[in-house]
Design a protein around this ligand. Structure first.
Ligand code: GLU
Length: 425
């Protein structure tokens, strides 16, 4: 059952790409993946690195670096967001693309995994600079994207407006509207109802399932959230509506906590007004890292990678960790949390609601037939609940953590498709 490939290189200090490969390696052993398929799945299918020249408001030309990585397309076209962030690296985009492959397979939607990123600081760019960057980046990657090839979407610091520019640029180049080239668009140009809150809603559905499994009441259960972007903000809102009590929240500039529960509506209005949660009056302040160790029942890391480490994992008080972010937990922290009996709902499960409703959006675009929100939410719930149960069943049966359980389901599906398709030529 074990593979003979030497993986010692993956034990080196953590780089997210090594981390993603290591997660695969562990599950490959567990499910007895053949060496050849394992080797194949360990590397991306295609990597495109582009220069993106942009005319800035000052009149100067600036050169940005961007990437689009397609990890695996055995089950369908590539799918995955585009991130605009100063810390983007090729290795990060490769990891995120691999995680998309597993995520799409886990919720069983007919996509492979892809991801894009541009090294830039969108918080310090004007709308026209952002538009110029988006249009030129789209043009540079247009040779590999398309509704049947690879479909981008929002990710960290990219918005529905940015998706609209991608759709327009690609459509103008082809001479007709092609809404299915990108998801997460504004509703007015072919976006789907429910896509904006889909990541958070999917996360809520699997947290509900997890609460049932650990036999805890939802009403009043305390939630701490790191990150207050699309995923974190909507998670706070939806979880409050459901009866959970949000006790701590943070973003990159700091956080706020109140053991009795935060006024989430007030906090959202405050964030919209000031661009941050720090300084909100309804609680004491705490920093962005401390929120992870705050006394709560459910911890939702909803920001960036590698925040739960072997140093803070022993101090986490939550019973459930729901990874709304991609890659927040390092492998050694995973083992600590598992030993401590903390149920970690891995990223490829906990944040899969976003890409699931992206799939619904793409289907609606291809059919030119739009669904009502009450058709979308139950379909999302069904997919999320089924994925939870399949991953949980594997985890329980083999006495492994939920990440490995989810990977076992997902990697097996991708391996099966890869095997069935065989080698060309
Ligand atoms: N960026 C999101 C993710 O990491 C959504 C991807 C998509 O909708 O294609 O899952």
């Amino acid at each position: 059952m074990t593979t003979s490939i030497d993986r010692s290189a993956t034990q080196a200090p953590v780089n997210v790409w090594n981390m993603a490969q290591r997660q695969l390696d562990e599950v490959a052993r567990l499910i007895g993946l053949s060496d050849s398929i394992h080797e194949f799945l360990r590397e991306p299918k295609r990597v495109l690195e582009v220069s993106v020249p942009v005319r800035m408001d000052s009149g100067d030309l600036r050169l940005f670096r961007g990437y689009r990585v397609q990890h695996n397309m055995s089950r369908g076209p590539g799918k995955g967001g585009i991130r605009f962030h100063p810390d983007v690296t090729l290795d990060e985009v490769k990891a995120l693309a691999m995680w998309m492959t597993w995520k799409c397979a886990l919720v069983n939607i007919p996509f492979g995994g892809a991801k894009g990123g541009v090294i830039c600081d969108p918080k310090n760019m004007s709308p026209s600079e952002l538009e110029n960057l988006t249009r030129r980046f789209t043009t540079e990657i247009s040779i590999i994207i398309g509704p049947e090839k690879d479909i981008p979407a929002p990710d960290v610091y990219t918005t529905p407006q940015i998706m609209a520019w991608i759709m327009d640029t690609f459509s103008m180049q082809h001479g007709y509207s092609i809404p299915g080239v990108v998801t997460g668009k504004p509703i007015a140009i072919g976006g789907s109802l429910g896509r904006d809150k889909a990541t958070a809603r999917g996360c809520l559905f699997v947290v509900d399932e997890a609460m049932r499994v650990i036999d805890r009441p939802i009403e009043g259960a305390r939630v701490a959230i790191q990150g207050f972007g699309n995923a974190g903000l909507h998670a706070a809102e939806l979880m409050t509506e459901r009866g959970y009590r949000v006790v701590a929240v943070s973003d990159s500039r700091g956080g706020v906590a109140n053991a009795k529960g935060l006024d989430v509506k007030g906090l959202i209005a405050y964030k919209e007004e000031t661009g941050a949660v720090a300084g909100f009056g309804g609680g004491e302040s705490l920093n962005n890292k401390d929120v992870l160790e705050y006394d709560c029942d459910v911890l939702v890391p909803a920001a960036l990678e590698k925040v739960i480490t072997k140093d803070n994992a022993p101090k986490i008080k939550a019973k459930i960790v729901a990874e709304a972010a991609n890659g927040p937990t390092l492998p050694e922290a995973d083992d600590i949390l598992f030993d401590r009996g903390i149920l970690v709902l891995p990223d490829i499960l906990a944040n899969a609601g976003g890409v699931t409703v992206s799939y619904f959006e793409w289907v609606q675009n291809l059919q030119e037939n739009f669904w009502e929100e009450d058709e979308i939410t139950p379909r999302l719930k069904m997919k999320m609940t089924r994925a939870f149960r399949e991953a949980h069943e594997k985890a329980t049966r083999y006495k492994i953590d939920m990440r490995k359980g989810a990977y076992a389901v997902a990697v097996s599906r991708v391996a099966e498709a890869t095997k069935l398709r065989g080698l060309y030529p």
